[in-house]
Ligand binder design. Sequence first.
Ligand SMILES: CC(C)(COP(=O)(O)OP(=O)(O)OC[C@H]1O[C@@H](n2cnc3c(N)ncnc32)[C@H](O)[C@@H]1OP(=O)(O)O)[C@@H](O)C(=O)NCCC(=O)NCCS
Length: 180
Amino acid sequence: MTMNAQLHAEVLMPLTPAYIEQACADDFPVIADIYNEYILQGDTTMEEDLFDADRIHRWVSGFHDRERLFALKNQAHMVIGWGVIKRFSDRAGYRTTCETSVYLTKSECGKGYGTFLKKYILEICKQMGYHHLVARVLASNKASIAYNIRLGYEIAGIQKEVGIKNGQWEDVVLMQYIVK
Ligand SMILES: CC(C)(COP(=O)(O)OP(=O)(O)OC[C@H]1O[C@@H](n2cnc3c(N)ncnc32)[C@H](O)[C@@H]1OP(=O)(O)O)[C@@H](O)C(=O)NCCC(=O)NCCS
């Protein structure tokens, strides 16, 4: 590894240790709170209704056996982020395609945790036999687009005016990652 590559790898490591677990019911309230930070902010997700632990519970209860919800926890065992693997489609021919999303509590963004969690999710996707990973990102979410590109995703296309938020059309950037 060159000196530059080594420095970059260090920059992408979380500042303080964190760990990832499959999310359990105790994690659902904070997972809902984190999602609500972005629903209320209104520029990250097309979701508009706030979540609570019950709604996360119902969501996870409906998961297929090839879908996962993960909690990212700090040294104090507090949930600071979450990530999900969802099937792209229930049609059999898409069995090796999934969609991934990551959300960190705002105070923990920009510290390498998102990279840590997504790299973990990429590894789990590989172990589960997924081949094509999709990320759908609002076109205005430049940080998330840069984040996914940094992780090896490429832009497959832009869906123009595919949604509406606050009375404005929203474009969505479709990103893809082929598991090697
Ligand atoms: C997107 C998100 C998961 C990234 O996680 P993170 O821990 O903040 O990102 P990292 O610290 O691991 O940074 C990795 C790369 O992301 C990009 N990035 C992160 N924050 C950025 C910002 N504010 N502006 C531009 N690029 C940014 C950079 O390319 C960065 O690499 P670099 O440090 O070499 O420049 C996190 O910021 C987040 O939860 N954002 C809100 C929710 C969201 O947008 N989720 C995706 C929905 S599709």
